[in-house]
Design a protein around this ligand. Structure first.
Ligand SMILES: Nc1nc2c(c(=O)[nH]1)N[C@H]1C(S)=C(S)[C@@H](COP(=O)(O)O)O[C@H]1N2
Ligand SMILES: [Mo]
Length: 212
């Protein structure tokens, strides 16, 4: 216990010196679980992932075809509004940028915002340009293994800070929906679950935009 406290403190000192610890955050070596409501079941036979809204054609992938999409690996620091940060987390999944660049998703010029739709009606919203950044991923794997049910299996949005990419907007981690089932591209912004509950809509970790 004393040993792990000491190693946590030392790791935190290092990321602080490197300028990677946003104000008001502390380093965790655990992976806390945070969400509203129960963990949904997953059935590969009925699961689908839908894309709709301001796109030329609606899409629906089943679990098998979703897994045939091009995959990307990403290392990020993630920052939760409840004040924990986790460094050098490894994710694998599908990049929305890649789906757009490779023509899987054909955006209309009127697409300006993206609503992530998850099981049980949970939503969170981001500007299109943030979703197209390389620090946003539709993640299937964490640390080389499929997501665990409580972290969003089989699919979740993730967003974080890529070291050396200070130009990319980095919102708090709630802007990634667990148990993700679809993306809606919209013309107007629509507040998501926590955003309606009073959390900051932009949620920039470096600006400490926690509450609206
Ligand atoms: N579907 C769903 N996704 C969600 C949430 C939720 O309540 N439901 N909570 C968000 C919040 S507030 C946080 S901090 C992160 C936590 O992710 P974790 O449990 O993997 O740490 O998930 C986000 N995604
Ligand atoms: Mo959160």
């Amino acid at each position: 216990m004393l040993d792990s406290t000491k190693s946590r403190k030392e790791a935190e000192k290092r990321v602080r010196q490197e300028g990677r610890l946003p104000r008001g955050q502390s380093l965790t070596q655990k992976f806390p679980v945070l969400h509203y409501g129960p963990v949904p079941p997953f059935s590969p036979a009925t699961w689908d992932f839908r894309v709709w809204g301001q796109v030329e054609e609606k899409i629906s992938w089943d679990w098998v075809s979703f897994n045939e999409l091009p995959k990307t690996n990403l290392k990020m620091d993630i920052h939760c509004v409840t004040r924990w940060s986790k460094f050098d987390t490894l994710w694998e999944g599908v990049s929305v940028r890649t789906l757009v660049d490779e023509g899987y998703i054909k955006l209309l010029p009127s697409a300006h915002y993206v609503i992530q739709h998850a099981e049980y009606g949970y939503t969170t919203n981001l500007p299109l340009e943030v979703v197209l950044q390389e620090n946003f991923l539709l993640a299937t794997h964490y640390d080389g293994k499929p997501l665990t049910p409580d972290h969003g299996y089989p699919l979740r949005g993730v967003i974080g800070q890529i070291t050396g990419k200070g130009n990319l907007k980095t919102p708090y981690f709630w802007k990634g929906a667990k148990w993700l089932r679809g993306l809606e591209f919209t013309e107007q912004d629509q507040l998501g679950f926590w955003e309606k509950a009073g959390y900051h809509n932009e949620a920039d970790v470096w600006e400490e935009q926690r509450l609206a």
